[in-house]
Design a protein around this ligand. Sequence first.
Ligand code: PLP
Length: 332
Amino acid sequence: MTTTRPLFEAYPQLTDTLPWLQLADLPTPVEPLPDIGSNAWIKRDDISHAIYGGNKIRKLEFILADVMAQGREHVVTFGATGTNHGVATAMLCQKLGLRCTVLLFEQPESKTVRDNLLRMQQFGAELKFCGTLANTVMRYYCHPQRFSRKHYFLFAGGSNIAGTIGFVNAAFELWQQIEGGVCPMPARIFVPVGSAATLAGLTIGAALTGLKAEIVGIRVAPSHLGVIPTCTVGTVHQLMKRTCNTLSRHGLEMPAIAAPKLIDSYYGEGYGVRSEAGDKATAKFSGCGIALDQTYTAKAAAAYLDSIEASGEVQLYWHTYNSRPVKFLDVH
Ligand SMILES: Cc1ncc(COP(=O)(O)O)c(C=O)c1O
C-alpha cells in the first residue's frame, strides 16, 4: 500500500496545503471480469479498508484530515438507516478519537440496513432516528450545535469539497494503473450516484489527468426533495464547481470541465427499492464472486452490463460497496 497519494505526486505543492490522512488501503486493485466479457473490468473499492471498505473511505482521508486541521472534535452527519457512509465515518472517527453522531432516515428494510445499524453502534456512533428524509435534513441544518467550533457538519455521503477531492485523487490512481499497464483505457466508467462526490470527483480527475474515459453516473437517489433539486446534473455540477474553485485556490490550473453525465433510467421505484434489472445484475456479478447491494451498486451494474452488451469497447465498473464481512472489532 502506498503512503502518499497520486494527487500529491502530480501536484507536490498540495502536500503542504491540503490536509490528508492515510486511512485507506490504496491503490485498490483493477481486475478483468472474464465471465462478464473480454472487455469488462472492475475497480475494487470494496476492499479499500481491511475492516470496512467501499467508496467512503477515500473521501474520509481528506474529510477527517480537514476535521483535524480545523481542530473539531465531533462529526455530525446524516444518512439512511443502512448508510454505508455512516459506518465508514463512525469507524474512522473512533480510530481518530473523534465523536460521531449520525442522524438517520428510514429506508426499506434489508440485511444491509440491519448490519450497518449494528456496525455504527459498534463503532461508537450516537444514532438519532429522525423518521423521514425531510425531517432528518431539517434536524441537520437546524442542529443546536450548528455554530459550535467543536462540531463539524458533514453532508450526507461525505459529499463535501474534501470528500470530492478524495475522488479526484481516485482518478489519478486509475490513471497511474492504466499508465502502468495494469488495465487498458476504458471507454466508459460506471458509478452509482447518491450524494454525488464520486461522480463529481472522478469527472474532475479525468479532466485533470487526460483520462479519456467517459464517467457515467447512474442516479440511485431521489432527484428532488419537494421542489429542491438533490441529485441532478445541476447539483453534481455545482459540487464540481465548488471543488474546482478550491483546487484553483490551492494553485492548480483547472481545465474546462464538461457537465457530468447522469443517467436516470435505472432508478426504478425509489431509493433503496430493488429493481428487476438490478436483481439480474446481482445474479450475474454473484457468479463472478462480487456481491452487489440493491440500493446503489445493483443499479449501476445493470447499466454497465447493458453498455457492455451494446458495445465492444473496454468498460470499467467502479465497485463502491464494502465487501468485508460483518466483524465486530474495535479498529484501534
Ligand atoms: C455503496 C455505495 N455506492 C455508491 C454511493 C454513492 O456515492 P456518492 O454518494 O458519492 O454519490 C454510496 C453512497 O452512499 C454508497 O454507499
